[in-house]
Design a binder for this molecule. Structure first.
Ligand code: NDP
Length: 424
C-alpha cells in the first residue's frame, strides 16, 4: 500500500500509469502531474472505472524544484516517479531531498539549454577528462549520492529498458551465468514500421539529440586501463539477424548505461551499444541536421524566438499516436562474453516485444511499452522495499531477480541464447 507521485503523462508515463493501476495492492494511490493537467485528468478519467488505485491529478511545472516541493508537501507521496523529461531530473531530485521522499527516473540528466555558460564549463571539462561528448552523463546526478545517503533516501536512476532492463540483464548474467564478464554488447532493435516517412518513437527532441551525437564505447588498453573511444556519429555499422525480427543494420551509439556499467561490472573490458536504423530515417535525420532543424539555439523568426528542434517536434507525429499504425517487433538485449568455471562463455539475454500486442493491451506502441513497464517495475521495487538502498543508484546495483520476475509478470519476459552469433 503506497502512494506515488508520477510526474509526466506522455507516451512512456501513460504505459507506466496503466500498469500501476493493474497493481493497486502496491500502487494504492497515485497522483499524475504535468504542466497540462487536462492531459492527466483525461487519462485518470479513462482509468478510474477499472482500477482500485485512487487517482488524483495536479498541474506542476517541474522545471522548478519549489513547484515540485509544494506538490510533494500537499500530496505526501512515498515515491516520486519522474517520467517527464531528463531536463527536470535535478529539480525533482532537489525537491525529493527537501521533502524526504524517494526518487526514480527513466533517463539521466541533460540540460534543455546546452548553451548555458555555467553548464558549458562543466561539460567542456568533462569532455576533456572523460573523452566523450554526449550532452548527457551521470555526473550531475551522482553528485547527489552523499545527500541521498545522508537523508536515508533511495534514488533509482534510469529504470526504463535501455537504460534500465539492459543493466538488470548485466546484473543477472553476472549473478547467474558468469564469474567474470569481459565484453557486453547491448543491441537495441526496433523492427517496427509505422508507415510514416519520418517519425521518432519517443520524444523527438531527446531522441534526435541522442542519435545525431558522436558514438562512443568503453574499451581497455593493454595495461588494463579502461577509457572511452569516441567516433563520428553513425560511423560504425554492423548487420545482425535478430530473433523474431530478421536482418537489420545497426549503428554504434553513445548510451548512458555504458558509463555506469563500466564502473559497476568488475573486470569488464569492452561495452558497446548498437541501435538499428533504416536508411530512410538516417537520410531524413542527416538532411534535417544539415539545414539546422536539430539546433537547440533559438532563432528569431518574424519577430518570435523559435527553437528549431522544438518547431520540428511540433511538425512530427506525436510518438503517442504511432501505436495504432506500428506493426512489427522490438528485440532488445545484451550479448555477454566472459568466463565461467575457468572456461570461455557467451550468453545472450533479450526481450522481444510486439508493437500490435502492446497496442491491443494498452493502446501504446512497443517503445513506450518497453520503457513504461520497467518504470513501473522499478517503482514497485523501491515501494516494496526490495530495492531500498540510500544513495543514488543505477539498476545494475540492485538484485536483478525480483525485478526480472516483475518484468515477466507485467509483460516483458526474457529469452536466452547460450550460443549467440557475436558482433565483430
Ligand atoms: P513525452 O514527450 O511523450 O512526455 C513527456 C511528459 O513530460 C509530458 O507528459 C509532459 O507533459 C511532461 N513534461 C515535460 N516538461 C515538463 C515540466 N517542465 N514539468 C512537468 N511535466 C513536464 O516523452 P516520453 O514519454 O517519450 O519520454 C519520457 C521519458 O522517458 C523521457 O525522459 C525519455 O528520455 C525517457 N525514455 C527512456 C527510455 C529508456 O529506455 N530508458 C526510452 C524512451 C524514453 P506537459 O507538457 O503537460 O508538461
Amino acid at each position: 500500500m503506497a502512494r506515488a507521485l508520477i510526474i509526466g503523462c506522455g507516451a512512456v508515463a501513460t504505459v507506466a500509469i496503466k500498469k500501476c493501476c493493474t497493481c493497486s495492492e502496491v500502487f494504492s494511490e497515485i497522483c499524475i502531474a504535468s504542466r497540462h493537467r487536462e492531459n492527466c485528468e483525461k487519462l485518470a478519467q479513462e482509468l478510474r472505472p477499472n482500477t482500485k488505485t485512487v487517482i488524483t491529478t495536479a498541474a506542476v511545472d517541474a522545471d522548478k524544484a519549489e513547484n515540485v516541493a509544494k506538490l510533494i508537501k500537499e500530496y505526501k507521496p512515498d515515491l516520486v516517479m519522474n517520467i517527464a523529461l531528463p531536463y527536470q531530473d535535478l529539480a525533482i531530485m532537489d525537491a525529493c531531498l527537501e521533502c524526504g521522499v524517494n526518487y526514480m527516473d527513466t533517463a539521466n540528466y541533460e540540460p534543455e539549454n546546452i548553451d548555458d555558460p555555467e553548464w558549458r564549463k562543466v561539460y567542456d571539462k568533462r569532455c576533456k577528462e572523460q573523452g566523450f561528448s554526449a550532452y548527457f552523463d551521470y555526473s550531475w546526478q551522482w553528485a547527489y549520492k552523499e545527500k541521498f545517503e545522508k537523508a536515508g533516501l533511495t534514488a533509482l536512476l534510469g529504470s526504463g529498458f535501455d537504460p534500465g532492463v539492459s543493466q538488470a540483464y548485466c546484473a543477472y548474467a553476472l549473478k547467474h551465468q558468469f564469474d567474470t564478464i569481459e565484453e557486453i554488447d547491448i543491441l537495441d532493435c526496433n523492427g517496427g514500421d509505422h508507415g510514416y516517412k519520418f517519425a521518432t518513437n519517443f520524444n523527438p527532441e531527446i531522441n534526435l539529440r541522442e542519435v545525431s551525437a558522436p558514438g562512443s564505447y568503453w574499451d581497455t588498453d593493454e595495461n588494463g586501463k579502461g577509457h572511452w573511444v569516441e567516433i563520428p556519429a553513425m560511423s560504425i555499422k554492423r548487420e545482425y539477424n535478430f530473433d523474431e525480427v530478421g536482418q537489420k543494420d545497426m549503428y554504434l551509439l553513445h548510451h548512458e548505461e555504458i558509463e555506469s556499467l563500466a564502473q559497476n561490472i568488475p573486470g569488464v573490458k569492452r561495452i558497446r551499444f548498437f541501435m538499428t536504423f533504416g536508411q530512410s530515417y538516417l537520410d531524413h535525420m542527416r538532411c534535417l541536421e544539415d539545414v539546422g532543424m536539430l539546433s537547440t539555439q533559438p532563432i528569431k523568426f518574424q519577430g518570435q524566438d523559435i527553437v528549431p528542434i522544438q518547431f520540428l517536434k511540433a511538425l512530427l507525429p506525436d510518438p503517442a499516436s504511432l501505436g495504432p499504425r506500428t506493426k512489427g517487433k522490438t528485440n532488445i538485449g545484451c550479448i555477454f562474453k566472459g568466463k565461467k568455471d575457468g572456461k570461455d562463455k557467451t550468453y545472450y539475454l533479450y526481450n522481444v516485444c510486439d508493437h500490435q500486442e502492446c497496442y491491443k493491451e494498452l493502446g501504446s506502441q512497443a517503445i513506450a511499452y518497453t520503457t513504461g513497464v520497467p518504470a513501473m517495475c522499478g517503482a514497485m521495487m523501491v515501494l516494496t522495499g526490495k530495492w531500498n538502498k540510500p544513495g543514488v543508484h543505477t539498476v545494475e546495483e540492485f538484485d536483478p531477480d525480483p525485478f526480472m520476475d516483475a518484468l515477466t509478470k507485467y509483460g516483458l519476459p526474457w529469452k536466452e541464447n547460450f550460443n549467440p552469433v557475436l558482433v565483430d
